[in-house]
Design a protein around this ligand. Structure first.
Ligand SMILES: C[S@@+](CC[C@H](N)C(=O)[O-])C[C@H]1O[C@@H](n2cnc3c(N)ncnc32)[C@H](O)[C@@H]1O
Length: 304
């Protein structure tokens, strides 16, 4: 296991622009790559959050290293306002999806390359991917694979899963998906199970719901001039971030001038720092293929 290479770190730092005396939330602590760089960039403090207990355990070394400047909390970034206990923050960064630690550990059940239990739960709590594929009906499985994986063969794959369950391991699932795709699978540029695994991971961890709630929570916790930086890896995630920021970076349309005052224009809450998403440079992608699909969007909180 080689650890997690932080994606678009230089761009994240540029957008977050850490300053002495400020406070930041790293909502997806992971291997601590962003947190470490933020704490090294300025004499600031960081609240790191991760729903994976392994990430929090690994991060204790960093807590000791940056004595008094880093606090780690095990939980979801959608709850960041609770963890801040009413305090405001000068920046929130979210680096979505799973970490290399999670992908590279077969026992966590994210990987189709090395077989392990079909788990995929970042938090190690709640229903696993096996619970879902072994109990849902074919229509629900197909809907998840089609919507969250953008997989054209979702119905065929879902029927194959139902016909061959119970499915216990990632290796079994990868083989079922590969068989269901038929000979065409050999011509795919990616492993035939990539989209199915991605879809199940997003579903099991309710990643899109978490993102929507997390963006609202960040908007509620940011101090005026605080920065929100989000790195996403999936077009559905990027769309949610784009819509959220665009809607709040413009003045909501004026209703009728006869409308009650409370129903008239809402002042904009954010100023966009990126009008189009930033993408990683070719050198980064060459050194870290996982960065390939990364999209970074950032905005600055305006005074309420
Ligand atoms: C891509 S990694 C972050 C890597 C990190 N930026 C670094 O430099 O090491 C994503 C991490 O966020 C965590 N995570 C994903 N969704 C989360 C959520 N809703 N709340 C808290 N943590 C989450 C995952 O468990 C994983 O450890």
């Amino acid at each position: 296991m080689s650890g997690h290479l932080p994606v678009m770190l230089a761009e994240v730092l540029r957008m977050l622009s850490p300053k002495d005396g400020e406070h930041y939330v790293d909502g997806t602590f992971g291997g601590g790559g962003y947190t470490r760089a933020i704490l090294e960039a300025a004499d600031c403090r960081v609240l790191g959050i991760d729903r994976d207990p392994d990430a929090i355990a690994r991060g204790q070394e960093l807590v000791r290293h940056f004595a008094g400047r880093l606090t780690l909390v095990h939980g979801e970034f959608s709850n960041l306002e609770t963890y801040l206990d009413g305090a405001q923050t000068d920046g929130v960064v979210l680096d979505l999806g799973a970490s290399s630690f999670q992908f590279d550990e077969p026992a966590r059940g994210f990987s189709f390359r090395d077989s392990g239990p079909l788990d995929m739960r970042m938090s190690r709590q709640g229903p696993s991917a096996a619970d879902f594929v072994n109990s849902a009906d074919a229509r629900d499985i197909a809907r998840v694979i089609a919507q969250l994986g953008e997989e054209h063969n979702a119905h065929r794959i879902a029927r194959a899963i139902v016909a061959r369950r119970p499915v216990a391991t990632t290796g079994e699932l990868a083989q079922i998906v590969k068989d269901a795709q038929g000979p065409a699978a050999a011509r795919l540029a990616i492993h035939p199970a990539t989209r199915t695994f991605q879809a199940l991971r997003i579903h099991v961890n309710d990643e899109l719901g978490e993102l929507e709630r997390g963006l609202e929570a960040a908007a509620g916790a940011l101090a005026p001039l605080g920065r929100l930086v989000v790195v996403s890896f999936h077009s559905l995630e990027d769309r949610i971030v784009k819509r959220f920021l665009t809607a709040r970076a413009t003045i909501a349309p004026l209703g009728s001038r006869h409308a009650p005052v409370a129903r008239r224009a809402q002042p904009a809450a954010f100023r966009l720092l990126t009008h189009r998403p930033l993408m990683p440079g070719a050198t980064e992608v060459e050194g870290n293929p996982r960065a390939r699909s990364a999209r970074l969007r950032a905005a600055e909180r305006l005074a309420a």
